[in-house]
Design a binder for this molecule. Sequence first.
Ligand SMILES: [Fe+2]
Length: 334
Amino acid sequence: MIFRNTFDRNRVTSWNESLMEYVAKNDYFEKQKSKDGMDRYFASLESSRPQILGLYWSPPQMEARTSSELAVARRWLNSLWTFSSENGVEFDPDRECLYADRLRQREPGDDTLGLSAHVDGGSVERWLDEGFRGVYRHLLSGDVESYDPFDAAFRTVTMEIPSPAVCSMFRTYQGWTALSRQGPGDGTLNLVPIANALAWVILRALQDDVPDDELCGAAPSRALTISEAWHAKILRAYVPIPMVEPGDTVWWHPDVIHGVESQHTGAGYSNVMYIGAAPACAKNERFLAEQRRAFEAGESSPDFAAENYEVDFEGRFTADMLSPLGRVQMGYEA
Ligand SMILES: [Fe+2]
C-alpha cells in the first residue's frame, strides 16, 4: 500500500540531507568497516550485504516516527485488522509503540547489494511455535477458506527464536518513508502484494515432495527465504513497487513476501527510513522498556546487532527532545 504525500516533500528532502550529513560527519562508514560481519540475519540470502545503516537515533528518524502524520496513518492501518478476537483483545489500534529501525542509503550504480525475497518476523517458528500455530490454526487444520491474515488472534503471543535481528515487536504493517524518488530499477522494494500468500508458503512446506526434515529452506534465526527452488509459483507475482516521491510512505503486511532489487540501475540515491506500525499490546510494551535503555545510552536498538555506532555521535536525538506524543510512544508516559 502506498500513501502519497504523507509528509511535505521539502521537509523530507531536508531530512534526507541532514541524514547524509549525520552519516558523513560522524564517519559512519569507517566505523562500520571495523564491525563488519556482526549482523548475520540475512546471511542465508543470495545477496547478503544490503546498504542498510545501523543507525536508530538520528533527529529525522525520531521526528518522523513521532510525527502526527504517521500517527494518523498508522491508526488507520491498525484499524484494518480485526484486533478483538477469540483470543481476546490483541492490541489497541489507536495507540502506537515506537519501534526503532534502520535506514537505507543506496548509491546509484550499486549492483552488489540487495535482499532476496523473504518474509521477516520468524522462520521455522511459524510451523513450530504454539502462538504461530494459533495464527495459522485454520490452515494447519485444513480449513484454508477460514484463514484471514488480518485476524490478529494469537499474533501478539508468538515467540520468535531470539536472534540479533528478528523483529521482537508485533507489527500490523512493515513500512518505510521514501527520502528520495525511487521506483522500478532503482534498487528498491519488490514484493508479492498478497497478504495471504503466506498461506501458500505454510502449506507448501507440508507437501509430499518436501523431505520430513525440511521446511523449504526455512532456517532458525534467519529471515524466511522464499526461493525459486521451492516457491517458484508464488514468485511469479513478485513485482517492483511503482515510482514513489520523497514523503510518500510504503506499507506491507508482516506476512508479505518482499525483497530489495539486487541492482540499482537508476540515477540517484534510493534512501528510506524504515518505520512500520506497532500498536500498543503487552508484547510491544515489554519491548519498549528495553528500547528506552538503548535510546538513552545511544546504543543500537535491542532488536538488532549491538553495533552501537551512535553512542558518541554528534547531533543524536535525545530524550529531552521528545514531543508529548513521542514520550507516550516511547513508553515514558501512559
Ligand atoms: Fe524484510
